[in-house]
Design a protein around this ligand. Sequence first.
Ligand SMILES: [Zn+2]
Length: 156
Amino acid sequence: MNKLEIQSKIYHFDNDDNLYFVTVILVDEEPIADFSYYATSLTELKKSIEQKGNYFILTCWCGIPDCAGIDQGIQVIHYQNAVKWTIHQPKPNRTFIFPANDYKIIITEAIEQIKLDIANLWFTQVEEKNSKLEIVPRWEDDKALIKLLNINQFLP
Ligand SMILES: [Zn+2]
């Protein structure tokens, strides 16, 4: 079985003042993609807890998978004791198997932690450094993500 981890990471670039809040997926302690280019859709990840399907868990920073060359989601299959991921894009093709018990817990807890991380950042970093916090993938128009992360409280 493989080990799934979900972490948040802040990216900052020299050419703007924004802080970019990125969710990183690691399997067996390795990021499954280059998260300075690809992004994690928490709404898709959450949906994958409940039932099998193809989910655009990996997408572009702007939220449109196609834009990053992804037209095939991660195939998620639920077995009695395991959840299987088959990734075709980005290359290479990969298959991961996670313990079913852990899968829901890891994702649910990660989302709760990310909510806290974002709330903390909003009140500390943003004011201190006078920079703008951007949640990646682009969140302003994503009603499902706004609801999931309870970030409507921060909207102007
Ligand atoms: Zn894009």
